[in-house]
Design a protein around this ligand. Structure first.
Ligand SMILES: Cc1ncc(COP(=O)(O)O)c(C=O)c1O
Length: 351
């Protein structure tokens, strides 16, 4: 007898994350990680955790200390927060709770295409609403399309478009029975959030991550803020010990180090401004980005990606509809961005 797999797997295309080369000589500008280290308090918290000698014990299953700190700062009840193993886990839990075969999710396109994979994992259909230049605004159809969930990354990668909170509120109000998930992985760089709406709208969930501005992509911590009715359903579905001890302690230390991270965000936004103007000066079309990345369009994008890779500089190239003429570049340190621009100039024959 052969094993029988879940039939969903017959047609499921796995999500392909950006390259993570083992060779550390690469300048990595491809997966929107933070180029700066986490706050010094994070290393101290990790060492303290190791010294306590408690790795033989399971972690707090409900990440209470971290959730309390998050709840206090965001001014939401602790029952409105669930911490996950990265925001990807939280997104998957939301799908698990709301999707079954034959259901539909909707999303803008281009966006973070994990949503499409998650829908497929739960047998749901995915409706994509294309955004168009010059402003990549949310089309009317996104307000009316029928779906169980609408995923809205804000800022929206890979372009980095930021949608105002009032527009998010209109999306939420448009269909009270549809859950709008606002994925705020990059919101720290935009200085805008829909979290204040959560108390008023039970059909809104906002997800956040420690992977980007908090420089903790390697530890996998994210969270969701939503009405307690939704959060309590997600608790039924999560792994008992979904966030390990070290990650909980590190994320708490990072959350408390506000000044340190404000400075990191300031620096990244400053470097982003410089990169955008330098790229535009080199013939790239670069839409305004509110994330820690920019999308740079030029005819030679595919060959540029390959040529940069040969020079050990990784940017992200998407061989996908509406994106083949550009590369997404993560904002690195000023020196890293200078190295990238120098490489582009050499390839362009300018130096
Ligand atoms: C829009 C968006 N949401 C979520 C994630 C995943 O975040 P995490 O590392 O918290 O799983 C990413 C990662 O690149 C992202 O771009």
């Amino acid at each position: 007898m052969t094993m029988r797999f879940n039939s969903i797997l017959d047609s499921l295309e796995a999500y392909v994350p950006g390259e993570q080369p083992r060779d550390s000589k690469y300048l990595k500008l491809n997966t929107n990680e933070c180029p700066y280290p986490p706050a010094p308090a994070v290393a101290e918290a990790i060492l303290r955790g190791l010294r306590e000698g408690t790795l033989n014990k399971y972690p707090d299953p409900i990440s209470l200390d971290l959730r309390s700190a998050i709840a206090e700062r965001l001014d939401v009840p602790i029952e409105s927060i669930l911490v996950g193993n990265g925001s990807d886990e939280v997104l998957r839990l939301i799908c698990h709770a709301l999707l079954w075969s034959g259901e539909t999710i909707a999303m803008l396109y281009p966006t973070y295409v994990l949503y499409r994979t998650l829908a497929a994992m739960f047998g749901a259909r995915c409706v994509e609403v294309d955004v168009s230049p010059p402003d990549y605004g949310i089309p009317e159809r996104a307000f009316s399309v029928k779906s169980q969930i609408f995923f809205l990354a804000n800022p929206n990668p890979p372009l980095g478009t930021l949608y105002p909170v009032e527009v998010i509120e209109e999306m939420v109000r448009a269909q009270p029975q549809r859950l709008v998930v606002v994925d705020e992985a990059y919101a720290d760089f935009a200085g805008s959030t829909a979290i204040s709406l959560v108390k008023r709208y039970p059909n809104l969930a906002v997800t956040r991550t420690f992977s980007k501005c908090y420089a903790l992509a390697g530890l996998r911590v994210g969270f969701v803020v939503a009405a307690p009715e939704l959060i309590s359903q997600l608790y039924k579905l999560k792994d008992s010990y979904n966030v390990n001890r070290i990650s909980q302690a590190a994320a708490l230390a990072a959350w408390m180090a506000r000044d340190y991270y404000a400075e990191i965000v300031r620096r990244i936004c400053e470097t982003r401004g410089r990169l955008v103007s330098e790229l535009r000066g080199r013939g790239f079309d670069v839409p305004t980005s509110s994330g820690n990345f920019v999308f740079a369009r030029r005819q030679d994008a595919a060959s540029l990606y390959r040529a940069l890779k040969e020079r050990k500089i990784l940017v992200r190239y998407f061989d996908a509809r509406l994106l083949q003429d550009g590369v997404r570049i993560t904002i690195g340190t000023d020196d890293e961005i200078s190295a990238l621009l120098q490489a582009i100039d050499e390839l362009d024959g300018r130096v």
